[in-house]
Design a binder for this molecule. Sequence first.
Ligand code: FAD
Length: 439
Amino acid sequence: MVFTRDLRVIDNPALVAACQSENVSCLFVLDNRILASSTSSPKRVQFLHEALHDLRSSIEERQAHLEIREGEWLKEVCRYLEETLPQHVHIADDHSSYAKNRLNLLETWCESQSIALHRHPGVTVVEPGAVQPGSGGEYKVFTPYWRAWSLVPKRAVLPAPKTIGDSSSHEVVSHSAQLHLDPGITKGGESHGQERLSRWLRDGIARYGGARDFPAIDGTSSLSPYLHFGCISPLQVVILAQQFDDSEAFIRQVVWRDFYAQILDFHPEASQHDYRSRGDDWVYCHEEFQAWVNGTTGFPLVDAGMRQLKSDGLMHNRVRMVTASFLIKDLHQDWRRGARYFMSQLIDGDVASNYLNWQWVAGTGTDANPHRILNPATQAKRFDPTAVYIRKWVPELAELSPMDALDPTSATRALTGYPQAIVDHRERTQIFKQRRSRS
Ligand code: FAD
């Protein structure tokens, strides 16, 4: 059983299939290419280590061992298979070009060794390609996808295997990588994910529709990192949520995750290239990009979001939209640059959800409107009306009244040390619209 981003024992189809055999060896390889990439986030790696620690305990409770190695992924997996000599290898299917390429290379190697490689579902609720529009390919628009997705019969949630028959753990010399854990960051792992899910269903989901857009309220599930690493199964989340009244708004959001996965599956290049080209001519201004990164643009909601991201490795969805829109439509910078910075910080950083949401905001993705612009001041008044979120993340504004924190005057900025606005929103967005109309 080769774990990738399905770090759980509950509802793990690959693990259940592997457990049909008497002897099961479990492996995870920390891929040093991913770890060394410029978009690798230390907080995400920390979360991964926690998740592996938790998974290893769950596997040990089932009288087996999780071997954790680090190195070149394919080389390490093949080396382990040469040591353990299995007839079958079970692994979850995945959808980014990098993951697909890794899987294809492993498949070719397994074929050459007469080992059967079995790919299993589990990363999404409905597998990419399981529903397709009449014209074939991927769904490009969410609502028809949501309708088709809703009609797909869902398999039952698989219970965790009671035992995992592992005869090899004592024979194999363990090369387990050292896991360094820092207790200060959102705790990774299936145990924490399951706890959070239960709490969310009990106390949160009923309020979701009304609360989800307000960053100052703890009104969303915070399940995204657990879903990204597969610490909880998206199918289990949906099946349990369906038992609650008023759960549709929440389930819809989980389906956006599947929606983007099926686009990436058909168009792996969409993490790098415009899904729908608008012929944009981007600007590369280092100072303005740094002001955005550091949360010193002088736009309180943008700065609050960027500071939250740097501190916690997370950001509320509404604020992700506002900060992304600001970089693209006010600063005229390439969505890829912003998306890569997000990836380098986010604990839930996910190729499909991150890059395709960025494209949605940029108007190069699945949103048909190329001119959608979010005004940071209006968004702040609407979604953080008493500036609780802004005052939490921008200490220069913490002591001000809500009105002053939402719209600090020049004099207040000078007094508190909060920066003047680096651009004129109206002017910059007019220019953006003119450039788009010309292209
Ligand atoms: P909830 O509101 O509780 O939603 C439940 C689950 O649904 C989430 O955990 C997530 O898995 C899924 N979901 C919700 N909204 C979306 C969405 N718009 N697209 C896809 N899935 C969604 N989400 C990521 O998981 N990883 C990313 O790297 C990521 N990058 C983003 C970048 C931008 C510019 C934007 C606008 C959004 C991005 N999102 C990303 C989507 C969304 O912001 C997060 O999933 C959400 O904020 C996570 O908080 P939550 O778990 O409390 O979400």
